[in-house]
Write a protein that binds this ligand. Structure first.
Ligand code: TMO
Length: 315
């Protein structure tokens, strides 16, 4: 079946000397991770590529190891390279070679320690991190003794919460949530009795439309804070800075993609989502409780004007 199609294609190409090279029929493998906007966006892009005649497959992967997978061509691209969580893994893979920066989204991102608005009533010096630390006792739980509890994201997001607590000598214990859903459950539970909490959160996300809140202001991010101990206020420690407050969100592509799927690659380079669009993608799953595939279908249906110029229709 495949070989007769190929033979037929060869005949067609020979008859049309100026025809563009067709994209490969091999599936474009798209990685999926463990937060909603990335899953929905990946499905949105996958369905977009299908309208151009591409075959698409999804694979669930670790969100740090994925940069090695893109580099080796096991997956074709990564749609959400967040500076705070993945900048280090992305830069490391860039240095090894095999993947490249396929452009920025319009979105401006931030990922860091965050608290819902009611927390500030119990700790009025917020959002300053030193004020947070002086209030550590109000965040204590049975699990953390007399230290405050900080609920960090799942371990693969590598937020270095524990390293930051040590670098800044904070009276907090870092507990990793098992999933993004556990973070939302914690905020929801605390809301009932307005219990002060501090958890990992990010923007763009659905959460900003649901809960008012703020990021903790840590010592300002300086390039190298995660690589060079002398950078940041503690001369002997890494991770003694907050994450960038205006971080990028990039797309990363396997170097071989542009030869194997030239049209799909061109589409990938054109795609750029903004904060509102990304927050909406997360909301469709986390608030409206749609399945990601369905959310992607609805998003594409409702936003044709956004994406139609990005795809090339079969000619
Ligand atoms: C990578 N993330 C958006 C969950 O911080």
């Amino acid at each position: 079946m495949r070989s007769s199609t190929t033979a037929l294609m060869a005949g067609v190409m020979a008859a049309l000397p100026f025809a563009a090279l067709a994209d490969s029929e091999d599936p474009i493998v798209i990685p999926i991770h463990n937060w909603s906007s990335q899953i929905v966006m990946s499905n949105v892009v996958g369905q977009m590529l299908e309208t151009m005649g591409n075959n698409v497959e999804y694979v669930t992967t670790d969100s740090q190891a994925v940069y090695e997978s893109v580099r080796l061509g096991d997956v074709a691209f990564e749609m959400e390279v967040w500076e705070g969580a993945f900048g280090a893994s992305f830069r490391e893979a860039l240095e090894k070679g095999g993947l490249h920066d396929a452009g920025d989204h319009n979105a401006v991102t931030r990922e860091d320690w965050w608290y819902p608005a009611w927390t500030k009533e119990a700790c009025p010096g917020l959002p300053d991190w030193k004020a947070l630390n002086d209030c550590a006792a109000i965040f204590a739980t049975a699990e953390t003794g007399d230290k405050g509890r900080y609920l960090d994201g799942p371990v693969d997001w590598l937020k270095h919460g524990q390293e930051r607590v040590e670098a800044l000598d904070m009276d907090f214990v870092v507990v990793n949530a098992g999933s993004a859903a556990a973070l939302w459950a914690e905020i929801g539970a605390a809301e009932e009795d307005k219990r002060p909490i501090v958890v990992f959160n990010w923007t763009p996300n659905f959460a900003e439309a649901v809960w008012e809140g703020e990021f903790v202001e840590f010592p300002e991010w300086v390039d190298g804070c995660d690589k060079d101990p002398s950078v940041g206020p503690n001369p002997d420690a890494l991770y003694d800075c907050g994450n960038p407050p205006d971080g990028y969100m990039k797309k990363a592509a396997w170097d071989g993609m542009k030869d194997k799927w030239p049209d799909a690659y061109e589409t990938l380079t054109k795609i750029s989502f903004n904060n509102a669009q990304i927050a909406e993608m997360a909301k469709m799953v986390d608030v409206d409780e749609m399945e990601p595939e369905e959310a992607a279908e609805v998003w594409l249906e409702e936003n044709k004007d956004v994406w139609q110029d990005w795809v090339k229709q079969g000619s």
